[in-house]
Design a protein around this ligand. Structure first.
Ligand code: ZN
Length: 485
């Protein structure tokens, strides 16, 4: 249903930056847009409204449609629009730059009320295209944009203005740009075929697949991304790490809570996938081969043993490295000790009593508590954003509180969703030996650290024994044992 008596709302501004178009041009552009989308603007004398926005932030007590009064920025033109829309005198609103007209979050809320009060919704359009109210997703984005724009005009923070522009850019992508993988163009409906691909990608990553490997697999199987012809590590990364697929909303670069769209991956899986990807991205972990680094200790000096590659014939070694301050007296062949501890881990994980104990310790009580705290913190963060958007707290207060809570969330999340218990769960899903054999070095290290967090002492070579690997040299380390340096 195209509006037949739409309002054209123009704005006179004392915008110092001079970016605002003159009223004449706004009028011209507005009418051109109306023609293009098939809207009819009502009689000029009543339906072309010019808002004098030059005293933009002077606030005064005004009467609201429901009879109560409130302190508002005075925008008589905008108020008249709302009245006309509410009473049916007009059936659509076309503004030049609606995000500026409804700069006060409460003005926007009043507009949303009017728009949503009729079925179908009252149509709203703007020439700048930055503010839409067509669906719940639009409304959410509009609230964020107006909150940010509101701040940028009250404070002088350029930073915030830049964020505003970023958000506007994001809003455009969500609306008319390239759609998100896994979702329809509207961003609200899941495309089941692509969601299936996302879930498969996540499982592959958790199984140790790399981003490049995943891109290759997708290309081989003829799966296409939204626009490009081929997948690459970057596009795989961006689909899997963006909060959208977990049904989360990002606000000023931070996830603040549940989004209005449905999730493809549950929160735990998404967190684990990101943890896995970022673990790979940070430095050399991709190259990690010596997975016992961090678990082997020198029995003489109490230093951690580190990996060292020597001649081909001798193979890689762990040693008490003198360049790192160790004594240099303890050396053990890497393949031997890794085989031994690998066997030990598999043994332990096939022992039901041990499994029960280790799972209780690593994943239950403490994690549940953390999880509760985490949910509480996230709720609080969301509430804070809302308080700030409705001006109940200042930007400084909001920023400070946000920093504290974010730090707490980060810590709790790292604790609750560390990949170790997940690796254990993975190992215990089926044949432990087969699963262990398939693990990457990074995962093996996680598993060993989860099961035997204190690691092992490596004893000196027994001169009396022949020069082959002696398993008795590797003894579980006791946490309370102290070493003399
Ligand atoms: Zn040593």
């Amino acid at each position: 249903m195209k509006p037949l008596r739409a309002i054209l709302l123009l704005r006179i501004s004392d915008d110092k930056s001079g970016e605002a178009a003159g009223v004449g041009r706004q009028d011209e552009d507005g009418r051109r847009l109306a023609e293009r989308i098939g809207w009819t603007i009502g009689p000029d004398e009543t339906h072309v409204i010019i808002e004098n926005d030059t005293s933009a932030f002077k606030r005064r007590k005004i009467a609201l449609p429901d009879g109560t009064t409130a302190l508002r920025t005075v925008r008589p033109g905008f108020r008249r629009c709302l009245d006309m829309l509410a009473t049916g005198a007009a059936d659509g609103l076309l503004a030049y730059d609606l995000d500026r007209v409804a700069r006060d979050p409460r003005d926007l809320e009043d507009l949303i009320d009017v728009v949503e009060s009729s079925r179908p919704r009252i149509a709203v359009e703007s020439v700048s295209g930055s503010l839409r109210l067509n669906n719940d997703g639009d409304v959410t984005m509009a609230r964020v944009m107006v909150a940010v724009a509101n701040k940028s005009s009250r404070d002088t923070a350029r930073r915030v203005t830049r964020k505003h522009e970023e958000l506007a850019a994001q809003g455009k992508t969500g609306g008319g740009g390239i759609r998100a993988y896994g979702y329809d163009q509207n961003g609200m409906t899941i495309r089941e075929d692509e969601a299936e691909v996302i879930r498969w990608m996540a499982a592959e990553i958790l199984d140790g697949q790399t981003l490049v490997g995943l891109a290759n697999l997708l290309n081989e199987r003829g799966v296409r991304p939204v626009k490009a012809g081929q997948w690459n590590s970057r596009s795989v990364w961006s689909v899997l790490t963006g909060p959208r697929i977990a049904g989360l909303r990002r606000f000023r670069g931070v996830v603040v809570g549940d989004a209005v769209w449905p999730a493809v991956l549950d929160r735990d899986t998404w967190d684990a996938v990101r943890a896995k990807i970022s673990a790979r991205a940070t430095g050399h972990t991709n190259q990690l081969v010596r997975w016992l680094t961090g678990s082997l200790w020198c029995s003489l000096s109490g230093d951690l043993l580190t990996g060292m590659s020597v001649t081909k014939r001798a193979g890689a070694q762990y040693w008490c490295s003198t360049p790192r301050g160790g004594c240099g007296k303890i050396t053990v062949t890497a393949s031997h000790v890794e085989d031994l501890i690998g066997r030990r881990v598999v043994e332990l994980l096939t022992n039901p009593d041990f499994v029960k104990r280790v799972l209780t310790i690593t994943s239950k009580s403490s994690t549940d508590e953390t999880r509760t705290q985490l949910a509480e913190d996230e709720k609080q963060l969301k509430e804070l954003a809302r308080m700030w958007a409705t001006r109940r707290i200042t930007l400084a207060e909001y920023t400070e509180a946000r920093t504290i809570i974010e730090e707490r969330i980060k810590n709790a999340r790292a604790f609750a969703l560390g990949s170790a218990p997940r690796v254990l769960r993975h190992l215990l899903e089926g044949d432990v030996q087969a699963k262990w054999d398939g693990l990457t070095p990074v995962d093996r290290r996680e598993a060993v650290r989860a099961i035997i967090p204190d690691g092992f002492d490596v004893l000196p070579l027994d001169k009396g024994k022949p020069r082959r690997f002696d398993p008795d040299r590797i003894v579980p380390r006791l946490a309370e044992r102290t070493h003399v340096k």
